[in-house]
Design a protein around this ligand. Structure first.
Ligand code: CA
Length: 714
């Protein structure tokens, strides 16, 4: 049976169920939108025409069984249609395709529905996240995806709401604030949601980010039809004086010391969540500790359960079943939240049902899905913080100097990680797993003056360190490059790897057509590779960064590939990034509008006249409050925030203060920092940026003639 007849057969079956008991004279109502049932979700792999969940099916393998687009036909893959987004920010969201409609989430947690036949927008939903909430978001105002169930589309919002939308209209069906509303303005509750919700057994499951600030991590389940909370599992213990919620928290508390709960502890759940019908378990990963530097979180250096761990809960009750801590006593921002999947693979001659995670800490982990037993832990990129993993104890063999307790350490993988949120794919045909890997370094320089803050990051290390560290240590190497890497899923052994890309590459899709399709990050291409050999077979110039994972679906007998693009490209202050939904088909002939020529404005800072002390104070405040979005050295970081070295605001302290202290751009995401910066601090920050802009100007070749910078429009 072909995929098409299979889906027609299912449609006929659904129709007959719908019509059972109806009189034939009644004309059937149009089919309701997104009728994703529990049964369809469990059997998603038998409906390859659809893409009903973030990673395609409950196994989260991102494998499309469609094969019309294949290693032979890929040459004629072209753009069928595209839709512009109304944002100039990074796009990370994977679309859903359900019964002829594409649903996609974009920056600022907005949701769009498109008729997949015509490309016509059916509706859009804007949760109207307050702009100033951006200051509570660590790493870009992104949203990674949606869930669908019984006529509703679910999205988590940057300001911590879980929202159910009517799939037919985009109107809110319900909206639940996922944390205590009374504490919404408490600086210890700087939660945000960027992950795609998951639906399992009538519940919507979501966690929240915030581990760089000061929050206590959790994951929670909500009734899919009402939004009522069903259960919640905190990932780290709270204040022992308040008692513990469960035995798991009581046990975890024995691995902490000091007053960790005052800054929440961290352990946020912000990406991977996998429901496995065969074990009835929900697997998810937890993030770093708060502050990053363990010295300031737990001076005794305990394991700090359940930070940087993979946890399995009973999906019905939220009760703890097992955990595996990838990074005990985390002090490196080694979140263990990277995408995971379940798979049935052969290990040592035995078929095993396993859970797989290529982790941010650089190790590739395979665990028994039912018991959590560690079956494999192999480095997949350059790793210098541990010599390996002791397979008897499951613990990493940590290099003592890597803990940077006495002096700085040039960490690999750096805080960018060996692998990020970029989705993995697995092909049962090739038997390979495809992972966006990274080779990255970051100097861990302790912040000797650390004091917790209610605004900005709480890291306990100097986030502005790289430039000065590498100047002082010329033998040490920095760098941040990305690859698509094919690995043996049982051993983590590398089979092939693409050429080097600048920064991270995107989420992957594997197909029964023998392909892996993946964005090349800031290299601004979508590429298709031969899944067996890694040979590049096709590419498309996306005109902007391509990081979000593609999906594939079938409509009217034709296979499509859809992907969101948008993100920082080299260039500087608000280079246009052309955020769009791109939809490809064989013989697609649509062309994107030509790129508008863009030349970044020249570096033209005022003269640097401030004292070294003022510049040093500005450097410190910049690292604490500005670097999160604007980058360690005034350049934008991984997303599309302005390069401050180029801002005209440097020319006037009064104008600079309007933005930094008065919040005149808060609607666009630049909150006022008046709560933590006094006027003299704002002046020092400006003087610091002026000083580094002058340094950069002195080093830069003379710029070409400039055109006016294009205005941002998000
Ligand atoms: Ca983190």
């Amino acid at each position: 049976m072909t995929n098409r007849t299979q889906s027609l057969g299912l449609a006929a079956l659904l129709l007959s169920v719908t019509l059972a008991g109806c009189k034939p004279a009644v004309s059937p109502a149009p089919p309701p939108a997104a009728q994703v049932t529990a049964d369809r979700l469990v059997k998603a792999e038998s409906e390859p025409s659809q893409w009903m969940t973030y990673n395609g099916s409950y196994s989260e393998q991102r494998f499309s069984r469609l094969k019309a687009i294949n290693t032979d036909t890929i040459k004629s893959l072209g753009l069928a249609w595209f839709a512009d987004y109304d944002t100039n920010l990074q796009q990370a969201g994977a679309p859903l395709f359900i019964d002829g409609v594409l649903y996609v989430s974009t920056a600022w947690s907005k949701v769009y529905a498109y008729d997949a036949r015509s490309g016509k927008q059916l509706w859009q939903y804007d949760p109207k996240v307050p702009g100033e909430w951006a200051a509570k978001v660590c790493c870009g105002l992104v949203n990674r995806g949606l869930a669908a169930f019984e006529g509703k589309i679910y999205v988590g919002t940057l300001d911590g709401r879980l929202v159910a939308l009517d799939a037919a209209t985009g109107k809110e069906a319900w909206s639940t604030l996922t944390f205590d509303a009374a504490k919404k303005d408490d600086p210890l509750y700087r939660y945000s949601i960027t992950m795609a919700p998951r639906v399992a057994k009538g519940k919507v499951i979501i966690g929240a980010s915030g581990g760089e600030f000061s929050v206590r991590g959790w994951i929670a389940a909500f009734d899919a039809s009402t939004g009522k909370e069903a259960w919640r599992f905190h990932t780290v213990p709270g204040n022992p004086a308040d008692g513990f919620e469960n035995e798991a928290m009581k046990k975890a508390a024995t691995t902490w010391s000091g007053d960790w709960w005052k800054l929440g502890g961290g352990g946020t759940v912000w990406d991977a969540a996998v429901y496995d019908p065969s074990t009835n378990l929900l697997y998810f990963g937890t993030g770093n500790g708060t502050p990053w530097n363990q010295t300031y979180r737990d001076p005794k250096g305990g394991d700090n359960l359940y930070l940087a761990s993979i946890i399995a809960l009973n999906v019905d009750t939220g009760e703890y079943v097992w955990h595996y801590q990838t990074t005990p006593a985390d002090t490196w921002d080694y979140d263990s939240v990277s995408p995971m999947m379940t798979a049935d693979i052969e290990i040592d001659g035995q078929k095993r049902h396993v859970l797989i995670q290529p982790c941010k800490n650089g190790f590739y982990y395979v665990l028994d899905a039912a018991s959590g037993k560690l079956l494999n832990a192999t480095p997949f990129t350059t790793v210098n913080w541990a010599k390996g993993v002791d397979m008897k104890t499951g613990r990493p063999i940590v290099v003592p100097a890597a803990r940077y307790e006495k002096s700085a350490f040039n960490l690999r993988p750096g805080v960018q990680g060996g692998h990020g949120w970029h989705a993995n794919a697995y092909s049962p045909d090739t038997g390979l797993i495809y992972v966006a890997t990274q080779d990255a370094a970051f100097p861990m320089v302790p912040d000797a003056k650390f004091t917790p803050s209610t605004v900005g990051y709480n890291l306990g290390l100097d986030f502005t360190a790289p430039a000065t560290y590498y100047q002082k240590n010329p033998k040490e190497q920095g760098g941040f490059v990305g690859y698509l890497q094919a690995m043996d899923p049982a051993t983590g052994k590398q089979l092939w790897r693409t050429k080097e890309n600048q920064g991270p590459t995107g989420g992957a899709l594997a197909t029964a057509g023998g392909l892996v399709i993946q964005g090349a990050g800031s290299d601004s291409e979508l590429r298709a590779y031969d899944a067996k050999s890694g040979q590049q077979l096709w590419s498309f110039a996306t005109q902007t960064a391509s990081l979000a994972p593609p999906i594939s679906y079938e409509l009217d007998g034709k296979q499509y590939v859809a992907v969101s693009v948008g993100g920082a490209v080299p260039g500087g202050y608000y280079a246009p990034n052309y955020s769009r939904l791109l939809v490809f088909a064989l013989d697609g002939k649509v062309a994107l509008p030509p790129v508008v020529a863009y030349t970044p404005p020249p570096l033209d800072p005022p003269a640097s006249t401030a004292s070294a002390d003022v510049i040093a104070a500005g450097h410190e405040a910049y690292g604490k409050y500005c670097a999160a979005c604007h980058g360690q050295n005034g350049q934008t970081r991984g997303s599309t925030f302005p390069n401050l070295m180029l801002t005209p605001l440097l020319k006037s302290q009064a104008d600079f203060d309007q933005v930094v202290l008065k919040g005149v751009r808060s609607a666009r995401g630049m909150a006022s920092f008046a709560a933590v910066l006094k006027p003299e601090d704002s002046a020092a920050v400006r003087e610091y940026v002026i000083s580094i802009a002058n340094e950069a100007k002195a080093k830069a070749p003379p710029p070409p003639p400039a055109s006016a910078p294009k205005q941002a429009h998000e």
